[in-house]
Design a protein around this ligand. Structure first.
Ligand code: RB5
Length: 141
């Protein structure tokens, strides 16, 4: 189960990602926002991060204009490892090395095609489980 959320800046891309997840048969919970009306990104970042740390969802996706605000907020919540990714290499490394559990995207920074590719890589790449990465992640906690 994937938790997904956005602010107004990420709303249209969030809807595209939801279409994409549905087409792939991936279950999701949409934590809003539900329109393009101006709203505050911390509200949605906290909802998605809570769903991930309480294990009601396996991973999260957060979209705002830049992806930065969502990433800052999500990473304040203990147990969250949110990664702002604007390229495929980073998305893969975020999973392999950092075991990132939330992907953040900047809808005003990257195009929809690249964003969906990044989503696929984020969802399909397992954590490497390599000792050095396990150790480094445990040092974060
Ligand atoms: C909203 O204008 C914008 O600040 C927000 O979407 C995001 O980019 C914040 O980091």
């Amino acid at each position: 189960m994937i938790a997904i959320g956005s602010d107004h800046g990420g709303y249209i891309l969030k809807e595209k990602i939801i279409e994409h997840l549905s087409a792939r048969g991936i279950e999701y919970k949409d934590y809003g926002t539900f329109s393009g009306e101006s709203c505050d990104y911390p509200v949605y970042a906290k909802k998605v991060a809570s769903a991930v740390v309480t294990n009601s969802c396996d991973k999260g996706i957060l979209v705002c204009g830049t992806g930065i605000g969502m990433c800052i907020v999500a990473n304040k919540i203990p147990g969250i490892r949110a990664a702002l990714c604007g390229d495929c290499f980073s998305a893969e490394a975020a999973r392999l090395h950092n075991n990132a559990n939330i992907l953040t995207l900047g809808a005003r920074v990257i195009g929809n095609g690249l964003a969906l590719k990044i989503v696929d890589i984020f969802l399909d790449t397992p954590f490497s489980n390599e000792e050095r990465h396990i150790r480094r992640i445990s040092e974060i906690e």
